[in-house]
Design a protein around this ligand. Structure first.
Ligand SMILES: [Mg+2]
Length: 407
């Protein structure tokens, strides 16, 4: 007769603890059905489910108890019946999801709200992991960030789970992503960024307009477009026309002073290091896109080309096809095809309404410090920290990143 016993060990972690416990189990030829360990602040919680010959179980538990006392940890035993065990095995086919939450600092109030939603959906939490590094109490406020990843199992029972998460996200200042935990999530390959107000903290057209002395006129057209009175193509054509006569050499000066968004250096370094293909898909201008491309070694840039006359001045016209929202989504698909990447392995990040088509098409679409309408239509968003927050949605831990250099 075989028996199943669940062994629970808690206490202060120390090197060699698992080895000494396993030595005893090995001597009695126990079969390991399940094993898991969590460490929180040097305190360990280890669970082992064993199957062992009934005649040995008393002796094994006695020896384990003795060893635990010697090691200064707590130990407990619980018999598990065969039916109960088989029921547990049968549950393994259920869907798994990863819920990631990010904020500068996370409070119990925020986590309680998230945990409440998980419970209301009838989802079971399998594990909880901190992805950010250990936080010093003396850390600088600006560099502080906190990210926790919940691995959950089951099928969400309410259709409005996303809406609930969105609500607490805006009320409590947390960012979240809720992704199916499958191989696509672990093997994203292509990431497409909007440029203006995403990779850089400005709109290049406004910078050019200021230099051309037409800042206010350009702004007025932008506002008309935002009110939906004119479409993107018309507003773009009219704004570019206002730049006529501006010396093209100002573009270099603007490019050299572009305010790069917080977290971009770290994000690009890591994405390159791990072999992601990176694209800029921008409704802005090629000149600046190419400048950023060189700076970070980005693979693709698609944006709008300003026409420069023989006199070295902007003609007020553009060359070729305008990159608008629909074109961005087409380009994402085309680059994915070229790179032989499944759409589920793509990521799109942007802040504007013209980013929504690519955001909704990508496997992982992220609204970044975006307008409310964009946030409302994206599956996930980042509003609380810099652009390197994307790395947490990809499952990167700060401790992995430490291995690739000081970043
Ligand atoms: Mg933008």
């Amino acid at each position: 007769m075989k028996e199943q016993i669940l062994i629970r060990i808690t206490g202060k972690d120390r090197i060699g603890l698992t080895a000494s416990i396993m030595d005893i189990l090995a001597r009695y030829d126990a079969q390991i059905l399940d094993i898991g360990q969590a460490d929180i602040h040097s305190s360990l919680s280890l669970g082992i489910l064993i199957r062992i010959a009934g005649e040995n179980s008393g002796q094994v538990m006695k020896e384990l108890l003795f060893k635990a006392t010697e090691l200064g940890v707590n130990i407990g035993f619980e018999p598990v019946g065969e039916d109960e065990y088989e029921e547990w095995v049968a549950r393994q086919g259920k869907n798994r999801y990863i819920l990631t939450i990010i904020a500068r600092t996370l409070s119990a109030r925020q986590i309680s709200a998230v945990a409440r939603i998980i419970a209301e959906e009838g989802l079971n939490i399998d594990s909880i992991k901190r992805l950010t590094g250990r936080m010093s109490l003396k850390g600088e406020a600006r560099s502080v960030r906190s990210c926790i990843e919940f691995s959950v199992r089951g099928n969400p029972q309410n259709e409005d789970m996303h809406a609930h998460l969105m609500k607490i996200s805006s009320e409590m200042g947390i960012d979240f992503s809720f992704q199916k935990d499958n191989m696509y999530r672990r093997m994203r390959r292509l990431i497409c960024f909007d440029m203006d107000s995403t990779l850089i903290q400005t709109e290049c057209i406004d910078e050019l307009a200021k230099r051309a002395g037409v800042g206010e006129q350009v702004q007025a057209i932008t506002e008309q477009a935002m009110r939906g009175e004119i479409d993107f193509k018309e507003s773009f054509t009219r704004r570019v026309a206002l730049l006529k006569g501006l010396d093209a050499s100002v573009m270099q000066d603007i490019a050299e002073h572009l305010p790069i968004t917080e977290g971009v250096d770290r994000l690009m370094y890591v994405l390159k290091k791990y072999g992601y293909k990176i694209a800029i898909l921008s409704g802005g201008f090629t000149y600046f896109g190419e400048y950023i491309q060189k700076k970070y070694g980005i693979d693709y840039v698609y944006a709008n080309e300003l026409e420069v006359g023989e006199d070295g001045k902007l003609t007020g016209r553009y060359v070729g096809e305008i990159v608008d929202g629909a074109r961005k989504a087409d380009l994402l698909r085309l680059i994915a095809q070229t790179e032989k990447v499944n759409l589920a392995q793509t990521i799109a990040v942007g802040d504007g309404a013209n980013d929504l088509p690519m955001i909704s098409q990508a496997g992982l679409g992220i609204a970044f410090h975006a307008k409310p309408r964009v946030v409302a239509n994206a599956r996930q968003s980042i509003n609380t920290i810099g652009l390197d927050g994307v790395l947490y949605f990809l499952g990167f831990k700060d401790s992995y990143l430490g291995e690739v250099g000081k970043i």
